[in-house]
Ligand binder design. Sequence first.
Ligand code: SF4
Length: 447
Amino acid sequence: MAMTGLDIYKLTPKTNCKECGFPTCMAFSMKVAAGGAEIQKCSHMSEEALAKLSESTAPLMKTVVFGKGETEYKLGGETVLFRHEKTFVNKNRFAVLFTDKMSPEEVDAKIAGMKEVCYVRIGEEMKVEIAALKYSGDKDAFLALIKKVKESGLKVAFMLICEDVEVLKEALELVKEEVPIVHGANKNNYSEMVQLVRDKKLPLGLRADNLEELYALTENVQKMDYKELFLDPGCKSIKEAYVNTLQIRRTALKEQDRTFGYPSILFVNEMANGDKYMEVALSSVFTIKYGSVIVLSDMDYARALPLFGLRQNIFTDPQKPMRVEPKIYSINNANENSPVLVTVDFALSYFVVSGEIERSKIPAWLVIPDAGGYSVLTAWAAGKFSGSVISKFIKESGIENKTKCRKLIIPGKVAVLKGDIEDSLPGWEVVVGPDEAMHIPKFLREM
Ligand code: SF4
């Protein structure tokens, strides 16, 4: 169980020396208990106190790392049950399932599909992050499948799904340097599985028939001093998977029981039973409610667009606006005759507006003043996207040296600013642009 501030205080030297950056040992202890400071910041703790505290002040949910290089990902490490309480930190990752029963053509088609679904939304690359490779009885085909996917050029991390320790030994020889998740430890094989993954510190997925057995299995693995774990809440039914996933996270964070303080693996492909739209619905549910690795049967744009968009929304920090850097952006090779458009630094506004200017194929400058990261109307209402803010940015940003064109196009929603800007920007013609970004291409072409 987690220690209180008072418990921690009892172990401090109580000298109030302030070296930790806090005015008193009590203030420091309270901060540590709340998860806002690390116990190591006090260099005067005894070894014994440090050992005791490091264990009990560790985060309730462990952060587990897998993959390597550009495909390295972190999962877990969450501190709250609801996004509005603080923020979720490590976004869930989507996996696509391959099995040794698939024909070479099926595997090829799946690999090609995964390469195809890759796009950027609000500055983030959207793609499948994990290839989940399942052993279902044919060892040679399984090993060939691993080799094929590894050599396919797919930029993914791996998850090996296999309960047979001997097969896994051979499979790991092919991908152990890629730090895959090894999924398939159960009550019968967990001891050998831990021995297999311990050396390379590979994450181990645990599965059991029900929550009580999963709890006992996790305790047993922890007793072997192995804590790089994923928990599979099972998927005999959608209801069971949902209830178990919630229960695991609540047990960890509300009851402060670290036995269930690990990220999860959800096989929505099995729950959806071949229905692709059900897969999207279930993946959405588990994106919101505590799925960490979510396994689908395949990924195409019909699945990707709603899922990646939802994930991006859930895993942004609600306390920090998503912003782009305030500066001048050149679009379609803007030149000295190009007009100037202005919008706010809210990331979604920037990406929508710049995308529409690109679509028009007309060279233009897009200037983005510091508008607090808010949308156009919110920033205007907050006084952060006013006539004086825009005029000041036009004067100071250097845009007047980049273009001889003196047309400044403002968003239609803030047409009211036209007079103000013209008063403070002599020589500029302020043009009221469309209300909606989608009308920008037509507007620019006609202008
Ligand atoms: S460094 Fe340690 S002893 Fe000094 S004030 Fe902080 S907690 Fe107390």
